[in-house]
Every structure is written in C-alpha cells, then in structure tokens.
Write a protein that binds this ligand. Structure first.
Ligand SMILES: [Zn+2]
Length: 419
C-alpha cells in the first residue's frame, strides 16, 4: 500500500516535471505574423528561454504566459546594417568636433543612450561601422550589452576601421598639431597585415576599409588603397573567419573593392549600372545609406517638402533606382548616428519612397540582412531561431511607417518593452 503510494507520487512528479519541461514561456498572438519572408494571418509564435519553439498556425503546446497583441504584427527584430553608435547627429555637433572635442568617456555615455533608443525602436541587431575616432569603445560597449550592464541590440562591430594615410579627417591643422583621426591609418602590405590582425585581436567582428574618400583635388571622392592592398586586407580578414566591408562612393573605389572581394559596399553614390551588375554577379551587397544624404542635405539648409529637391538627392534617387533595376542585393543600413539613433526606420521609408517594394524593404531589414551578415539564427520567426521578436501597430508589409509604432520588443527571449 505504502509502496504504491510512493510509486504514484513518483510517477506524478515525473509527469509534472516533463510537462513543465515542455511548457513554453510565452505564446505570442497578434493579427498577423511576418516571418521574415511572408505574412501569415493565423500564426502564433511560442518562446522558451531564448529560443523560438514554434511559429505556425497549429500550436498544440502550453505556455506560462499568453500575450495578445490586438491590431499588431509580430515580426523578427530589425537588423540595422550601418550604424555609428559613437556618433550623434551632425546638426547637434559637427563630425569634426565630435572627434576632436568629445572625450571617449562622453561619447561612450552618449552611446549608452543610443543603444537603449535603438533597442526600444525595435532594432535587436546592429552592424556598427566604425568608432570614428573612439578607439575600441564599440567593442567595450558590445561587451557591456552582452553582460547585461546596459540594454541594447546585439552588436557586430568594426572597431577603428582602416584608412590610407592622408585620406581621412579631421584635417586642416598646422603640421605641428597632432589630432585624433576618425580611423586607423595603415599602408603597404606589412602595415596592413599588422593593423588588420591587430583590429581582429581587439575584437572586431569584421573589417571596415575606406576604399575611397573625399581627398580629391576639389574634395571629390577618389580611390585610396591599391587593389593589391585591399586584397591583402581581405586575405588576412578571411583567414581569421571574418569579412571586409568597404566604404566606397567613386566608381574606381567600388571597382577596386569589388575586385578585392569585400562583402558589402557602403554608399555607392557614383556607381554605374555596370558596377551594380558586377556586384550582383559577385554576390556583393550594396548598403545605400540614403537617409544619411537626406539628413546631411537638410542640415545644409534644404527644407524638404518646401524647397525644390537638390541635385544631390535627385542623383541618389536615380542611383537607388538603378541598383533596384540591377537586382543587386540591398542592405538596410542608414548610417544612423548621422541622424538620430532610434530613427532607423527613416532609411526604410526612403528606400520605399525611392522605389523599393514595401515587402522587399521589410525582408531587407530582417531575413536578408541576417543572411548577409552570416547570422544563421536571426532575422526569421522560425522554430530554433533566437527569440528576437517585435510587434508593431498595423501591417508594415503594406505601410513601412508602421515600424515606427513598436509595441513589443523581445531580445534573446527577454521582454524589454511591452505596451
Ligand atoms: Zn558610416
């Protein structure tokens, strides 16, 4: 009799242990689910720990907490492709003065605010394209986020980035004055090999190189490194399992970067259709950063919606349309930092305004950026993927500005925002 009772208790506790194990932490229900590719009307998403355990229409499990998000769309956390967490808008303080007059401590303090604002805006992953003179502060910030010291997106960081001697700013000082530069200089094979390895050693997730810069006779963008130099950087980075991204606006800078084998080209303003076609063939993506040009032109006095559209903006619109026509892969990345952190959607709105299909823009900000940045378990709402999930008011696959109304932010299974 006693033994039967003990067996019964044992069986009961084992049963509850198993059912507890099978139980999900959250069941998320919204009007629709955008899984990174398509919208689904009757899907739900379940989360346990930091993973998605279910995304589909026939959930059979049990969850500790059910969150119903009426009128909202669930989608993967957004992946920003080109940020500068250590910069703030140039109409507040010019780039030169940020690099020259703000301490790394001040810039890092600002970055903590930027990280929080980004996460609350639904950016759960961010590829940060250089500390712009703040050394390896980006790597320290990444570690602080990972340790839970401050809230922020998952970060992929470049560290200092590489520029050719004489090409990068701040400039215009007496030769006796030593000024901090916005990136690390290196030239020639030995130096480039050492600096690339050093940046990797300090924790760079990828290498950023300036394949051109505005150092031409009249401030025009001209190529910096030779093809052989760029190839050296790519070879060293790739042998460590990392990739290279290139800042390039000029045709020659882009051509050299393409030949060297970089994975993304940032800006690409003066590209031709032939260059975009070449990128497509080689699988190199374009990060057009349209919002940066839009912001800088407005800082320069353009009253958008009142004044006629300036030539620079018209040219960028044509450039973007050409990129779309070529079929080159387009990365969502606005050069945020030039404009306000947390206002990342501005880039997506402009991409749509300049002719991109709304759904394609949404794919770019989720599954496509994840694939481009080698993030194999992010950018999709799919069983086994990491639980980086947001909910927004309305349907962003129809109206991209819906992304501005973020009602839920979950990163790594933890809720950071819930309206
Ligand atoms: Zn940038």
């Amino acid at each position: 009799m006693r033994f039967t009772k003990i067996y019964c208790l044992l069986a009961l506790s084992l049963f509850s242990l198993f059912s507890l194990k099978a139980q999900d932490d959250y069941l998320l229900k919204a009007d629709r689910v955008f899984d990174g590719f398509e919208s689904h009307a009757d899907w739900v998403v379940a989360v346990k720990g930091n993973k998605i355990t279910y995304a589909g229409a026939s959930y059979k499990g049990k969850a500790t907490e059910t969150i119903t998000l009426k009128g909202k769309t669930l989608l993967p956390g957004l992946i920003e492709g080109h940020s500068h967490i250590l910069l703030h808008p140039y109409n507040e303080v010019s780039w030169n003065d940020q690099v020259l007059r703000e301490s790394v401590a001040e810039r890092s303090a600002r970055a903590v605010n930027h990280l929080r604002a980004s996460l609350m805006a639904g950016i759960t992953t961010m590829r940060d394209l250089g500390s712009e003179g703040a050394g390896y502060a980006d790597i320290g910030l990444k570690q602080a986020v990972e340790k839970g010291v401050v809230p922020g997106p998952r970060l992929l960081v470049a560290g200092k980035a590489i520029v050719a001697t004489g090409s990068y700013g701040p400039k215009g000082f007496h030769e006796g004055v030593e000024v901090p530069l916005g990136a690390e200089t290196a030239d020639g094979f030995d130096d480039l090999i050492r600096v690339t390895r050093d940046q990797i050693g300090h924790g760079a997730d990828f290498i950023k190189v300036y394949a051109d810069y505005r150092w031409g006779p009249n401030g025009t963008a001209e190529a910096t490194f030779t093809v052989a130099e760029l190839k050296t950087i790519v070879e060293i980075a790739e042998s460590s399992g990392r990739y290279v991204v290139a800042h390039a606006s000029s045709q020659e800078g882009m051509r050299r970067a393409i030949e060297a084998g970089v994975e993304t080209i940032e800006h690409g303003d003066d590209a031709t259709l032939e260059i975009f076609n070449l990128m497509k063939v080689k699988g190199i993506a374009l990060c057009p950063t349209v919002a940066a040009g839009d912001a800088i032109t407005q800082y320069g006095g353009w009253k958008k919606g009142i004044d006629p559209t300036p030539a620079r903006i018209l040219a960028k619109q044509e450039n973007f349309k050409m990129a779309l026509a070529s079929g080159v892969k387009i990365v969502f990345g606005g050069d945020v930092g030039v404009f306000t952190h947390g206002d990342n959607v501005r880039e997506l709105e402009l991409m749509v305004e300049y002719g991109m299909n709304t759904k394609a823009a949404l794919i770019s900000a989720t599954s496509a950026n994840a694939a481009q940045f080698h993030l194999n378990t992010l950018g999709q709402l799919k069983e086994g993927f990491l639980a980086d999930i947001i909910a927004v008011e309305g349907d962003p696959s129809k109206e991209i500005s819906a992304l501005r109304k973020v009602g839920l932010v979950m990163k790594d299974g933890k809720i950071y925002k819930k309206d």
